[in-house]
Design a protein around this ligand. Structure first.
Ligand SMILES: [Zn+2]
Length: 375
């Protein structure tokens, strides 16, 4: 039943053994003090796809709709990645998020289907969103089972709601080779800014220790598309392919790596509950090794936790503390939709993931009032 993904020629062979988990988290990577999942660009500097100035996003959307990117678009990926390398998100001017009063989040990003992508094309924006494919649609079995704890969703959903910028974090859990079950038990938010390599290393080292202390393995990662759909971009697909190869290891066969995308403020979602989409990447067909991997929809069983541990609550408080006073902190009193503030939206989304424990509700109310006053 298990199909080990065939690795494309790039990336895999250069990875040092010590990059593998659990022991290798954080050490041994010749590119620097980075943990196993750090991409050359690093997980913590992943994305920024929702941070395009409005005009660029408009152009990008127009290009997608017409299925023929304008020639000018060819320059943009380089320009953008330069920007990413030399500027931390915290340093970026507020204009990056669109002028006040204008609402870039309302601009639709039109996803494309994988089959329309064809071969790699450097003119195509890495921010292009791609529809996921179901295993059933291609007559294959999902190569592993996944169960996710509700506290994982609660914490990453909370994290994603806090800021208008993208956030990232790791997923801790266990992989059982006998049952082929990946259980995701804990989210570890990166309390760092995209592009801030220095603090990213420290934060990731802390997460590494946190995983170790709980006897958990690194089993995946998450990030947010603050105002966009929870679909992977081409950049996300490549990053996930790399992470899968890193976590897969070489000795004991296969260990999967799960990616979750949260779209907290996307208006295309029905209701207040954020869409949190799991995905996994199937390597491209053997005869076309340089194509993009195929983003696959992953079927997940959700486990409702009856209670929340103190460290999840503490993590929520630390996150509020971290984003307090930041220019991209969500203004929770403002309106997100006609009849809901951003705080209502957050509360509505978390309600479904919250244990019905009275003492917890009380603490959550305190966190909400902290948020109201810090934004
Ligand atoms: Zn993304």
């Amino acid at each position: 039943m298990l199909r080990s993904p065939k690795s494309p020629p790039r990336a895999s062979s250069q990875l040092p053994e010590s990059c593998r988990l659990p022991a290798g988290l954080g050490g041994g990577d010749p590119r620097g003090p980075v943990p196993a999942l750090r991409h050359p660009q690093s997980l913590a500097s992943e994305g920024e796809e929702d941070e395009l100035p409005e005009e660029e996003e408009e152009e990008a959307a127009a290009g997608k709709e017409g299925r023929a990117p304008e020639p000018a678009a060819a320059k943009k990926p380089e320009e953008r990645s330069k920007k990413q390398q030399c500027k931390s998100l915290a340093e970026q001017p507020a204009a990056e998020h669109g002028p006040p009063g204008k609402r870039p989040e309302n601009k639709p990003r039109v996803p494309v289907r994988y089959c329309t992508l064809g071969t790699r094309d450097s003119a195509r924006s890495p921010q292009t969103l791609v529809e996921v494919t179901s295993f059933a649609a291609i007559n294959k079995f999902q190569p592993f089972n996944v169960a996710i704890s509700s506290n994982v969703l609660l914490l990453l959903d909370f994290h994603s709601h806090l800021t208008r910028s993208e956030v990232v974090g790791y997923l801790g859990g266990r992989w059982d080779t006998n049952t082929q079950l990946l259980t995701v038990l804990r989210a570890f938010p990166c309390r760092t800014r995209l592009g801030d390599a220095e603090s990213a290393a420290a934060v990731e080292e802390e997460i590494c220790q946190s995983l170790f202390l709980r006897g958990l393995s690194l089993v995946g990662w998450y990030h947010s598309h603050p105002f966009g759909p929870a679909l992977p971009s081409l950049h996300d697909i490549d990053a996930q392919m790399d992470y899968q190869l890193k976590l897969q290891g070489s000795g004991n066969g296969f260990q999967p790596c799960l990616a979750l995308i949260c779209g907290p403020y996307y208006h295309g979602n029905p209701g207040a509950e954020s869409r949190i989409a799991p995905f996994w990447v199937m390597p491209p067909p053997e005869q076309r090794p340089n194509d993009y991997g195929i983003p696959m929809d992953v079927e997940v069983a959700y486990i409702q936790d009856g209670f929340l541990t103190n460290d999840v609550l503490q993590e929520m408080t630390l996150l509020v503390e971290f984003y307090k006073g930041a220019p991209d902190l969500v203004k929770f009193q403002e309106l997100w939709s006609q009849d809901q503030t951003y705080l209502d939206k957050l509360k509505g989304s978390l309600a479904a993931r919250t244990p019905k424990d009275q003492s917890f509700t009380h603490i959550l109310e305190q966190i909400y009032s902290l948020l109201k006053h810090s934004s």
